[in-house]
Ligand binder design. Structure first.
Ligand SMILES: [Zn+2]
Length: 129
């Protein structure tokens, strides 16, 4: 069981990246960030005036309605990517023979609840192993 960056999107801008693309991604806990967003955020965080300006308002406050609508599918794609990652993570745990009871304990739910949530993989990632 290998968790890869193939087919992932940047969780911050929605651009596809990773293997097979020209956009490098890094990340953890399911979130991915592309090199362009890293550079942009680095610039914001390391320039006091830009940082103060960025902290003064939220980006969506400056968006028109069309931009807000265009962003909605990106938000859902990022959320779905994180959900798929959680399923892959549970598959990894199961491949290491971690029991459903242990997974449930880590999540603060019963073995049954953990199994019901994660025993079937998401439709785009193939059948239950
Ligand atoms: Zn990005």
């Amino acid at each position: 069981m290998a968790i890869t960056r193939e087919g992932r999107i940047c969780s911050f801008c929605g651009e596809p990246g990773g293997p097979g693309t020209d956009l490098r991604l890094i990340g953890g806990l399911g979130a991915q960030v592309c090199e362009r967003c890293v550079d942009d955020f680095h610039g914001i965080l390391h320039d006091e005036a830009t940082y103060a300006e960025a902290r003064g308002s939220f980006p969506w406050e400056r968006m028109d309605d069309a931009e807000l609508l265009a962003t909605l599918p990106q938000i859902l794609a990022s959320a779905e990517q994180n959900t798929a990652f959680a399923h892959e993570w549970v598959d990894l745990l199961r491949s290491r023979n971690i029991s459903w009871a242990e997974i449930g304990r880590a999540l603060g739910v019963s073995r049954q609840a953990a199994w019901e949530r994660f025993s079937r993989r998401s439709p785009d990632k193939g059948a239950t192993a």
